[in-house]
Design a protein around this ligand. Structure first.
Ligand SMILES: [Zn+2]
Length: 246
């Protein structure tokens, strides 16, 4: 086997490692962002729930206030009633009557308000229990998603360590010239320095490679780079799924 053919064989092994490394790094980059978005959604749900609880508390506070006001007004009426027997003049009686009517009207107003508040409390209690259930379902779902993302981060990190180690074991098999070239392109491209040729299309930049050049690439016996992205072009079957690092 010529040196170049051997190099290309290792380059094909390398590109698969590089693609897996990219995939795992993407997950490690993306998932923490998704987790932050989930945390944000959970906070919003909790805020909404707390707002509803606060509203209910305010209504209950008004209920207690009205209750004490009505009680004290009733006490006043009771005290007034006792005064009735000691009224001496008609004028005093009329004044007493006015005062009684005034107190009764005040109680009536407060009782009406009380009814309204009690109705709102009932409504709000129902709404709160419905919303609490809804929040619980949504939160459970979000927490589950978060857990899956976290698990995926752990798995990807573990896979990444293995793949990077495997890659390190492949690199020394390349001839020095090709290895230096590979590393130079990798630094420039960040993801991979090698690209498969699929249906005459470079899988690194998805540019169409001229037929004559594509024909040469498929022979896998010469180092040929993509004229558009500069990656080393190799040819291999992609359908045999590489080792699974799930
Ligand atoms: Zn390309």
């Amino acid at each position: 086997m010529s040196n170049v053919k051997e190099d290309i064989e290792y380059l094909i092994k390398l590109v698969n490692k590089d693609l897996l490394i990219k995939e795992k790094r993407d997950i490690l980059h993306r998932n923490p962002v998704k987790i932050m978005e989930i945390d944000e959604k959970i906070l919003i749900l909790e805020d909404e729930l707390n707002e509803k609880k606060e509203l209910l508390k305010k209504m209950e506070k008004e209920e207690r206030y009205l209750d004490s006001v009505i009680k004290s007004e009733n006490d006043k009426i009771q005290t007034k009633k006792i005064e009735e027997n000691s009224i001496k003049t008609n004028a005093a009686y009329r004044a007493w009557e006015h005062e009684m009517q005034y107190l009764a009207a005040k109680i009536e107003t407060h009782e009406e308000r009380m009814l309204g508040v009690l109705e709102m409390i009932d409504k709000e209690n129902l709404e709160l229990s419905r919303f609490s259930d809804e929040v619980k379902v949504k939160k459970d779902k979000l927490m589950f998603q978060k857990m899956e993302l976290e698990k995926n981060i752990e798995k990807s990190q573990a896979s990444l360590d293995i793949i990077e180690d495997e890659k390190l074991r492949i690199l020394p098999h390349l001839s020095k010239k090709v290895r230096v070239e590979y590393q130079r392109i990798l630094v420039a491209k960040h993801d991979t320095a090698i690209a498969n040729l699929l249906n005459d299309v470079c899988q690194g930049c998805f540019s169409r490679v001229p037929p004559q050049k594509a024909h040469e690439v498929r022979k896998n016996n010469k180092i040929i780079t993509c004229e558009f992205c500069g990656r080393i072009l190799v040819y291999y079957q992609e359908n045999k799924k590489a080792e699974s690092y799930e």
